[in-house]
Design a protein around this ligand. Sequence first.
Ligand SMILES: [Zn+2]
Length: 358
Amino acid sequence: MNQENINDLIRVLSEVYDENSENTFVSLYANKKTYKKFIDHRIRECKLILKDDILKNFNKTIEDIKGNLKNFNSKSIGIFASNKYNFLKTISLSMKIQNTLIVDSSPYIRPLARIEDEWESFTLLLINSNYAKIFSVSTGKIDDIKKISSDIINKHKKGGWSQARFNRIRKGAIKAFLSDVVEELQKKAEKSIIISGPGTTKNIFIEMLPKNIKNKVVDVIDISIEDEKKLLKESFELIANREQTKGYDAVQRLKQEILKDGLAVYGLSETLDAVKNGQIDLLIIEKDYRMKGWICENCQVVEKGIKKVCPYCKNKTSEVDVIEEILEFAERTDANIEFTDSKEIADLGHVGAILRFK
Ligand SMILES: [Zn+2]
């Protein structure tokens, strides 16, 4: 199976499309437990509507997709395919997602972009004076665990030192151990770091961190070294709450920029123009909002409303959700994306952006 990192995959998917605006790409988001009934129903529906070569391509593409569904072990999966373009990408996902099957002139990336936004990568450190564990968490699952332990106790047994000597050596050994952990954490550190553990070691540890790493520490959790399960649950909640706050903060930033007529746009058409010019630094989208529109993949023109034929090149158009198209353009230019349920973004036209330049 062709497995991908979510950021790289979104970038790749945002760049492919059918040049003739034909609906030759199938995007499937499937939940392991519930997808079977759903997918059969959606395939039947699509077959009723698609015709000729597009139908033939759909049938072949679905065969390709079904081949990949056979060995699917994660909670959910995303598959993006077009037989015509010999294109197939998959991603295993560790969270429950809504079953979705979309036939379009390009892969449907909105659910993936939502996951990337909501399930932020973070690093979790659990530490006491002689043991540390670094968890690297991305898109809802633990990718890597690094354990580090100090062997001071063994040395004591072997050496048979006096208590005073042992205490002195122990202090030095703890410091050396913490320095080792600082070094390891530097290698692993994501944008957000959570530090946890019992007692005061974690606070001493934080004071030893270089400034650039210390600035990434978003919270400190006091917890027993054995309570890993509880710690992971709390950490996921904490990161999710932060994500919601980030959405609200982004809208506040947007409002401030608008007030001083600064680096901001809002509303569908202004945002669309800005994203095509590569001006967008941070795109802010109302979570579940959709807007019916059309795209000419030949001219890469998107507008709201309905048009069967492109007014510029007279080619056939494809019906789209304008927000999805804005998102695809934004991903191509490495813009940051923030989804929010803030009512204020709805009032500003459902979408807006902080710009890199004007
Ligand atoms: Zn056109």
